[in-house]
Design a protein around this ligand. Structure first.
Ligand code: 3H9
Length: 692
């Protein structure tokens, strides 16, 4: 074995050279890896004894793509294109041996090899779109030449990782093999290619698949139309489509040039910067500085859930899906039956859509033990309370759980706003208490705020974070404060949305501005969906807020056919002239003069106070890092990922500008816009939240 450089080795096995890359964690195509391939290839090609080359990777995966950390930095080492040309134009066959994942630049590297062999567990994909990019090393030109434009469009715009078996069916992979024998099989395959004098196959030279789609713009028009909703707001999907169009309509070299231009444009844009930032943020969020790998994790085998309502049922489904036995407790048979019925209905629905087999549904339901007896939670390792959001109720329950739960059990509350420390104090073991703030619907929403109480023990935190990962959530550790991180910031936006309406903007104006910004819906459409009567009691209603007035008129939201909007039978929303009048009357009664509110003002007033609150949260240490806040907003509140999250968005605008706007609005509207000291401090220093 000869070391080519720190990350590349060359071994010559009689007549076959094996070029092996070893650059943990994912063999990304850093400058060192590219140099290693170039130099290793040069050596293998110069060696007359070598008849073919196998390109393989050590560690857990084949090359997972370009090294994202190099983007935006001055170029170093050979370009990927240079390395690819060397392989594709080599006078000896080169075989890629794939295990783990061949993604992005990794698959593009494999696509310039003359043959590809992969383990059955491997996956291939071009996920650049998820980084706001497109495959910039020939992927958009070569992929459709193998799999056809339709399949290529789907792959590059979804970024899906395709299983090896499917990749083999599509012709992306020539031979499937097992993990243990990949290297030996690749060498044998290369030897066979040589012995049989198989051609030095170049994907760039095959034209039949793309030629079949040439002169058929309707194919692309139909794809755009069918996916318009999915792609809304994002630049990258459209750019990817244009590249596939180029592959169909242009000669290979011209297509490659087009791909390069469009790649560069995306790479230099704000969307890709935000999405690349988010990629790292969503990995960083799992990292709790004072709860490291040396903190022991607790064994969790059995889950107990108290409350089979919407939240309790949804939470239970997460654990059932991951194979945990769950005991769910209710206070009445009727509530228990209702809860169970909903869980089954949800599963049946999923099965009807073909996403779950009937056997899977039964297996999940079989893991569920419904009961009215709290005592049955005695052997649970984790008990999650999802009862009515009331402090006394929760305190009483935690007192009881304290007597029932076994030693070492984790006691979690799913409160969305109450003080976890006060709840913890109701038990004799506050160190075992943690908040697990699931978002509704809990079986669907990715976000989980893990709330650390003052006394929560580190192993409890570590265990909660690991469990979150196991049940497929994105977890962020937050501190105790009203509303925690997400809802605390949301409250700012909700308040301003209500004030904007009294100033003269209409609910649909506010909603439109936020929808255009990239949110799936605005605050008023959201209220209508959730129900305006959440927490509203007719007997206590005093008509003192717009929401109360609307509830009193039975405009309780979508379910009532009317809320801020009017709804037809299909629940299509229409601006309501009645609501418009109600707002005008309500504002007049409050002595407010209606005026024209600009779209900019709507956006500023909804977004900036949120960012300001984020600054306070950071200053108080209630979030570990600014990027955690961004992860929370992307996963829990529909913040468009192409804008990264509220904190990086503020950094992108410039904190001095955010501060200036806050001061301007403070002069007009008072204390709701008082800038957070941290915002002032960072702006004065010319720093960003990301620098903290
Ligand atoms: C591209 O290829 C552009 C080309 O078309 C054109 C070029 C001209 N670079 O996710 P994990 C790090 S764009 C640098 O936790 P898993 C990651 O940050 C790229 N670093 O592991 C983490 O670091 P840390 C197209 C990377 O097992 C560690 O590796 N490719 C890269 O859950 C482990 O990652 C992609 O978009 C990278 N490319 O999942 C694939 N990838 O430990 C991106 C990962 O310090 N990667 N890291 O936190 C993935 O999807 C997943 O990492 C993968 C493994 C599925 C591979």
């Amino acid at each position: 074995m000869t070391a080519i450089n720190a990350v590349t080795d060359l071994t010559v096995d009689a007549d076959i050279a094996v070029l092996s890359l070893d650059s943990p964690p994912v063999n990304a195509l850093s400058a060192a890896v590219r140099s290693g391939i170039r130099d290793g290839m040069a050596r293998a090609l110069a060696d007359d004894a070598v008849k073919a080359v196998v390109l393989i990777c050590a560690g857990k995966t084949f090359v997972a793509g370009a090294d994202i950390t190099e983007f935006g930095k001055p170029p170093a080492g050979p370009s990927l294109a240079e390395v690819q040309a060397m392989i594709e134009d080599a006078p000896k066959p080169v075989v890629a041996a794939i295990h783990g994942t061949a993604l992005g630049g990794g698959l593009e590297l494999a696509l310039v090899c003359h043959y590809r062999i992969a383990t059955r567990s491997a996956k291939c994909g071009l996920p650049e779109v998820n980084l706001g990019l497109l495959p910039g090393a020939g992927g958009t030109q070569r992929l459709p030449r193998i799999v056809g434009p339709e399949q290529a469009l789907e792959m590059v715009t979804s970024g899906t990782h395709v299983a090896a078996s499917a990749a083999a069916e599509m012709g992306l992979v020539d031979l499937l093999t097992d993990d243990a024998s990949l290297r030996a099989d690749a060498v044998a395959f290369a030897r066979k290619v040589v012995a049989e004098k198989r051609p030095l196959r170049k994907v760039r030279e095959s034209d039949d698949k793309v030629a079949a789609a040439r002169g058929k713009p309707e194919l692309f028009a139909a794809f755009r139309k069918a996916n318009a909703r999915r792609f809304r707001g994002f630049d990258a999907p459209e750019f990817n489509i244009r590249c596939i169009e180029a592959a169909v309509e242009l000669p290979f070299e011209a297509g490659l040039k087009r791909e390069r231009e469009l790649f560069t444009e995306l790479l230099n844009g704000t969307q890709s910067a935000a999405q690349r930032y988010y990629f790292f943020a969503s990995r960083q969020v799992w990292n709790v500085p004072d709860v490291g790998a040396d903190t022991p994790a607790l064994a969790v085998r059995r889950i107990g859930i108290v409350g089979a309502g919407t939240m309790g049922g949804g939470i239970a489904m997460n654990f059932l899906n991951a194979g945990y036995p769950v005991t769910i407790v209710e206070s009445s048979q009727q509530a228990l039956d209702r809860g169970l019925k909903t869980i089954r209905a949800n599963y049946d629905n999923t099965a009807r859509k073909g996403r779950l087999s009937a056997a899977d549904v039964e297996a999940r339901m079989a893991l569920l033990t419904p009961t009215l007896d709290l005592q049955l939670l005695a052997d649970a390792d984790l008990i999650i309370e999802a009862v009515f959001e009331n402090m006394e109720v929760k305190q009483e329950l935690f007192g009881k759980l304290d007597r029932i739960a076994k030693a070492g059990a984790i006691l979690a509350t799913n409160t969305s706003a109450l003080d976890v420390n006060v709840i913890a104090a109701a038990s004799s073991r506050p160190e075992a208490v943690i908040g697990l703030h699931f978002f509704s619907p809990a079986n669907v929403m990715k976000l989980l705020e893990v709330v650390r109480g003052d006394k929560t023990a580190k192993p409890v935190i570590r265990t909660a974070m690991e469990l979150a990962r196991k049940i497929g959530k994105v977890a962020a550790l937050v501190g105790v404060c009203p509303g925690f991180v997400g809802n605390r910031m949301l409250a700012q936006r909700q308040r301003e949305a209500q004030k904007l309406v009294l100033d003269g903007a209409l609910p649909w104006d506010v909603d439109r501005v936020l929808y255009d910004f990239g949110f799936p819906m605005g605050p008023f459409a959201m209220s209508d969906l959730a129900g305006l009567d959440l927490g509203w009691v007719r007997e206590k209603s005093s008509g003192s807020t717009l929401r109360e007035v609307l509830c009193e008129m039975d405009r309780r939201g979508q379910k009532a056919g009317a809320g801020y909007y009017d709804y037809d039978e299909q629940r299509n929303a229409k601006p309501s002239p009645v609501v418009e009048q109600v707002i005008r009357d309500f504002a007049a009664k409050q002595g407010r003069n209606s005026r024209v509110v600009s779209e900019q003002e709507i956006l500023d007033r909804c977004i900036y106070p949120m960012i300001n609150e984020g600054a306070k949260i950071l200053q108080e240490g209630k979030a570990i890092r600014a990027s955690d806040i961004d992860v929370i907003w992307v996963n829990g509140y529909g913040w468009p990922v192409y804008r990264g999250g509220p904190m990086i968005y503020a950094d992108t605008i410039g904190l001095d500008k955010v501060l200036a706007a806050m001061r301007r609005y403070e002069a007009l509207y008072g204390a709701d816009f008082a800038p957070a000291p941290l915002l002032e401090e960072l702006a004065a220093q010319g720093r960003r939240f990301a620098d903290l």
